[in-house]
Design a protein around this ligand. Structure first.
Ligand code: TA6
Length: 296
């Protein structure tokens, strides 16, 4: 094993479910698991606290299939696409390790990389050359930076998101703040374009909203666990909020029928009206930082 690929006692490359390689990062500050499959952060817990990310007990862990929970990396399109995998192909490709280090402040920084190839050009149906880097910082906060570099001679348009599943006590008791008065597409209502009122988001049914033109941070207030999860972001103009509720939960084979009350997705990216255009040789990096605080 290349020594640079592990940090003794801190970060080791182990074998996870389905035989998929995953980093198991354990520091005095926090614990995290990151699969090379999809550069997928599947677990994050600051020391002494509950896990912050939701992971379905029914999740697949196999090549070619997305992991249900944690933080799927969405690229180069968001949502369904005819004869193509929903949410693009980045989340089901094998990424490679670009670097691993522990910083003086104790944070561990892991950079995973994915490059375009003939397969991705065929999947996308476009002759684009690109490199993705996912820079994951594990400490008292979870930092994630998705960098897209256009290595080709022509500009390309793409969507991207960090599709984060958060663990909550009971979705009916939480509220999501930060998106007041923002415009969104309501997937649970024929993708109609609507405007959030001046109050927080509360959950009483299937909720699937793509908020656009918003750079706002969000807060998930969870009175059941007396916890606030803060979702800060930079260079992201879209936020997607999703809970499948009862019926959708029942039709997802990799999601337990009874799991929907324990999760909410608050996803950071650039989708729909905020689709990116990256110039030849250009880069775009979407940043998000997740941390918890006590809810008084
Ligand atoms: O982000 C919300 C959403 O687009 C939902 O509509 C639902 O499809 C979810 O993503 C999960 O998508 P997946 O392809 O992972 O089943």
């Amino acid at each position: 094993m290349d020594a640079s690929l592990e940090i003794p006692g801190i970060a080791r490359l182990a074998t996870g479910p389905g035989g998929l390689p995953r980093y198991e990062i354990t520091t005095p500050l926090a614990q995290a698991h990151v699969y090379l499959h999809g550069a997928h952060v599947s677990h994050f817990a600051p020391t002494g606290q509950r896990p912050v990310l939701f992971m379905s007990a029914q999740s697949w862990f196999q090549g070619g299939r997305p992991i249900r929970g944690g933080v799927p990396v969405i690229f180069p399109w968001f949502g369904p696409r005819q004869e193509s995998p929903a949410h693009g192909f980045a989340r089901t490709r094998a990424w490679t390790v670009e670097s691993l280090r522990q910083e003086p402040d104790g944070n561990v920084v892991l950079v995973l990389r994915l490059e375009s190839d003939a397969e991705t050009r065929a999947l996308w149906g476009e002759p684009h050359d690109w490199v993705l880097r996912h820079r994951i910082t594990v400490g008292t906060a979870l930092g994630m930076e998705l960098e897209i570099e256009n290595r080709g001679a022509a500009p390309f348009r793409c969507e991207e998101a960090l599709h984060t599943y958060f663990s909550v006590s009971e979705v009916g008791a939480i509220q999501v703040r930060g998106l007041e008065n923002a415009e969104y597409y309501d997937k649970a209502d024929g993708m109609r374009r609507k405007c959030q009122d001046s109050g927080p988001i509360r959950f009483t049914a299937e909720t699937d909203r793509t908020y656009v033109n918003t750079a706002a941070a969000c807060a998930i207030d969870d009175p059941g666990w007396r916890r606030r999860i803060l979702v800060e972001k930079a260079d992201s103009d879209s936020t997607v909020v999703w809970n499948p509720w009862i019926a959708k939960a029942q039709i997802m084979p990799d999601f337990g029928d009874d799991e929907w009350p324990g999760m909410v997705c608050v996803e950071t990216g650039n989708v729909a009206d905020n689709t990116l255009e990256i110039a030849p040789g250009g880069k775009h990096t979407t940043r998000t930082r997740v941390r918890c605080e006590a809810l008084q």
